[in-house]
Design a protein around this ligand. Structure first.
Ligand SMILES: O=C(CO)[C@H](O)[C@H](O)COP(=O)(O)O
Length: 228
């Protein structure tokens, strides 16, 4: 599993705090990453104690964790809706997020946006006044050169993501590649999100604008819950 620094205790507290919000009978979106993994394991513990929920995985990783935790799984096209999604983030500014550190942001955005409520789980190191991390952009492989040109005209500096222990690029669960695109400080996330979405060949980008309902910030000694 990808790890991204931050205190393990803070991540665990954040994940476990959101698992407490899950209610009997709900359909729950299961996010990706090391912090969301704590929520998945905690939901699994609650299922073992009798909680009746169904999980919608957002990635190969979250599906595997949910299987290990014995959470009953469904796909999005098998349910009428998603009551609650719990997901991590790479950076949080107010209610705006950058996601995709695990290259799972396309499915994450589909499930998170479908949910009635999105609870975001992070450690304090993810908080910022303004978004300024690189934005992951999932791209159809054949479109990479034209998308790179388009991102440059939008003021970005794209870099093809490569894996530490693989020759060649990271390939997403959807068979695509990821361009990590530096834009510097992002003053207008909604405008940039709309521009990125309009580029042919872009499958999905990691700007999650106005989707979060609560930010659960784990700390060594507790959890702060912020409402954007
Ligand atoms: O967006 C994601 C995966 O695509 C993750 O939620 C994000 O990278 C945070 O991961 P972690 O909790 O391990 O720091």
């Amino acid at each position: 599993m990808k790890t991204s620094g931050g205190s393990a205790a803070a991540k665990r507290r954040a994940g476990e705090s959101t698992a407490d919000a899950v209610e009997d009978g709900q359909v729950v979106g299961l996010g990706t990453g090391s912090t969301a993994a704590h929520a998945i394991r905690a939901i699994g513990d609650a299922v073992a104690d009798g909680l009746d929920v169904r999980g919608v995985p957002t990635s190969f990783q979250s599906r595997q964790l949910a299987i290990e935790a014995e959470i009953p799984l469904v796909e999005l096209d098998e349910v009428d809706g998603v009551d609650l999604a719990i997901d991590g983030a790479d950076q949080v500014a107010g209610g705006q997020l950058i996601k995709g550190g695990g290259a799972a942001h396309a499915r994450e955005k589909i499930v998170d946006a479908a949910a009635d409520r999105l609870l975001v789980v992070v450690d304090p190191g993810k908080l910022a006044d303004r978004l300024d991390r690189s934005v992951p952009v999932e791209v159809l492989p054949a479109a990479r050169p034209v998308v790179e040109d388009r991102l440059a005209t939008l003021g970005g500096e794209p870099t093809l993501r490569s894996a530490e222990r693989k020759d060649g690029p990271v390939v997403t669960d959807n068979g695509n590649v990821v361009l990590d695109c530096e834009f510097g400080a992002i003053d207008a996330p909604a405008d940039l999100a709309a521009e990125l979405s309009s580029v042919p060949g872009v499958v999905e980008h990691g700007l999650f604008v106005n989707l979060a309902d609560e930010i659960h910030v784990g700390r060594e000694d507790g959890v702060d819950v912020r409402t954007p």
